[in-house]
Design a protein around this ligand. Structure first.
Ligand SMILES: [Zn+2]
Length: 357
């Protein structure tokens, strides 16, 4: 990509998504990296009544190179929350990328000695935590690298993951360092471990059955959030097995009032069980969330205001003066048909117009 020059324009005749509905046509000023006050600028762009959404946040991606960030941005995903990235130099380079999707990362995840992650190609042995003390050392090392949150991998009891006490120590050490903790769980047993760990965010949805109602109750009665990544779970189940069970789990979480955050597990490298395209996959996830009974406005919030709140990204997630000018302009009305998020006319990352795919 060439020089990343932010726009200074007034977008007129746009219908702004306010978190609930599309407002009457109005003007929004892109004042470089932030949204300006007022309604005029030297350059006027007529949006012809298109819908303006806050830039989308994918709360579970894997980013390896800047091209992944460009692909996210081309699909309106202006923030990618990476859930495993090493070495630290790679994370630093991605963090420094400008004029594209904004990158945040957990750095190296904390895994068990004998779970599936320990067999992933290229997984450093440094990722393994066997004891609470090793979990605390893991968090200290990640903090020294400047991670944005901490990630652990839970398995069902006896399936080779860290035990509950070790994951509890991971979550507590993260909290003491002022960071959130995210725990991966793809089976019902792992979900129980993840919930018991006290981690702030549980990512994925069990593929082997219904989440225990007591785990759902525990999540619903707290400020904790779930990033279901149905897209990845569907990929793992690829073949004859239907995804009804995945949708039933999401429906149960949502109905109980658990905070749901959109994420895909997008990745392009060997290791993960299914390859998930960056960017386009978030729109697929939206459609699966709709299939599980979430309303279009709830789905849009799950990729804008909700993750901004959960992850403390206070400068984005809403269209208001002073916010980052992370914006997506789409045709149609995604508050009535979520598939309209695919009708992208333009994307800005901190004001920088993006080349669409
Ligand atoms: Zn992942």
């Amino acid at each position: 990509m060439g020089e990343a020059t932010p726009a200074h324009i007034a977008l007129v005749n746009v219908r702004v998504f306010d978190g609930h509905r599309l407002l009457e046509p109005d003007a929004v000023v892109i004042d470089g990296p932030v949204i300006g006050a007022g309604s005029t600028a030297p350059e006027i762009v007529d949006a012809e009544g298109a819908a303006l959404l806050p830039g989308l946040i994918d709360s579970h991606v894997h980013v390896y190179e800047q091209a992944d960030l460009h692909r996210l941005a081309a699909w309106g995903v202006t923030t990618g929350l990476d859930m495993a990235c090493w070495p630290a130099e790679r994370a630093s380079a991605l963090r420094a990328a400008v004029g594209t999707a904004d990158f945040r990362t957990a750095g190296l995840p904390a895994i068990g000695a004998a779970g599936p992650h320990s067999c992933m190609p290229g997984m450093p042995s440094e990722a393994v935590v066997r004891t609470p003390e090793e979990a605390r050392r893991h968090v200290a090392a990640r903090v020294a690298e400047g991670v944005d949150y901490v990630k652990g991998v839970a398995e069902a009891p006896g399936a080779g993951g860290p035990d509950v006490e070790t994951l509890q120590a991971l979550a507590a050490a993260a909290r003491d360092a002022g960071l959130l903790s995210v725990v991966h769980a793809i089976t019902t047993g792992a979900y129980a471990t993840a919930v018991a760990s006290g981690a702030d965010i549980v990512t994925h949805t069990p593929i082997d059955g219904a989440i225990d109602p007591s785990d759902i109750t525990a999540l619903a009665g707290s400020s904790r959030a779930v990033v279901p990544t149905i897209t990845m779970m569907e990929g793992i189940l690829a073949g004859p097995r239907p995804i009804d069970g995945l949708l039933a789990n999401l429906r149960a979480l949502h109905t109980a009032g658990v905070t749901i955050v959109a994420g895909t597990d997008a990745n392009t490298q060997p290791g993960p069980p299914a390859r998930i395209e960056h960017g386009s996959s978030l729109h697929h996830e939206f459609e699966l969330m709709a299939d599980a009974g979430m309303s279009p406005a709830e789905i849009l919030r799950s990729a804008t205001t909700v993750p901004a709140g959960v992850f403390g990204l206070t400068d984005r997630g809403q269209i208001r003066p002073g916010s980052r000018s992370d914006l997506v302009l789409v045709d149609g009305d995604p508050t009535t048909d979520i598939r309209d998020t695919r009708n992208i006319r333009a994307v800005w990352c901190a004001g920088v117009p993006q080349r669409l795919s």
